[in-house]
Design a protein around this ligand. Structure first.
Ligand SMILES: [Zn+2]
Length: 185
């Protein structure tokens, strides 16, 4: 999360000269945050929770970094509620092509057994909620943004399987489902 320093409890604290400045921090213990801006002179320094105010939560910061797309090495110990899109099977009924071509349902049709319709398994993209724990965000050799979850990683921009908002996931599902239909599945 991001905090803004509001005061020093004691004047000899390092941040007494940094009132009003903003830092990316993580929860350290009940009383302190720890600075996680790796390029800051104050990386790993502490701020009393009582001496600052939260201006952005973790999810907002990570999202902002993705949108602005401007940093190379970001470290987060953060859980993000994201929306995952995935192909799911579903059963549907379709009109028997053979009977349709004949213009009537043939009760001896070997395709549909005289029913005029078939069961068919189709696929469509659906959304599910997924809690992602992001340890680190960096870029690969080609400059693609890479998210690390434990030892595995995924590419947000390339894959587009994960989304920050339900609306984004919905739009991507819609786009992919349209693609499926146009492929004639
Ligand atoms: Zn038929």
């Amino acid at each position: 999360m991001k905090v803004k320093i509001t005061r020093p409890t004691y004047d000899d604290y390092w941040y007494s000269k940094h009132i009003g400045e903003e830092f990316n921090v993580k929860e350290y213990n009940t009383y302190d945050y720890q600075i996680i801006d790796i390029n800051s002179d104050h990386y790993h320094d502490y701020i009393l929770k009582n001496d600052c105010e939260i201006i952005k939560n973790k999810q907002e910061i990570v999202k902002e970094e993705i949108v602005n797309n401007n940093k190379n090495n970001l470290y987060y110990n953060t859980n993000l509620q994201m929306y995952h899109i995935k192909l799911h099977d579903y059963k549907t009924k379709i009109v028997c092509n053979k009977c349709y071509k004949n213009g009537q349902v043939d009760d001896k049709c070997f395709e549909c057994g005289g029913k005029g319709i078939h069961n068919k398994t189709k696929q469509k993209w659906e959304i599910s909620k997924k809690l992602i724990s992001i340890d680190k965000i960096d870029r690969d050799e080609d400059g693609e943004l890479r998210y690390w979850e434990d030892k595995s990683c995924f590419f947000y921009e390339m894959d587009k399987y994960l989304h920050y908002s339900y609306q984004d996931a919905k739009n991507e599902c819609k786009r992919r489902n349209k693609e499926l239909i146009s492929k004639g599945d």
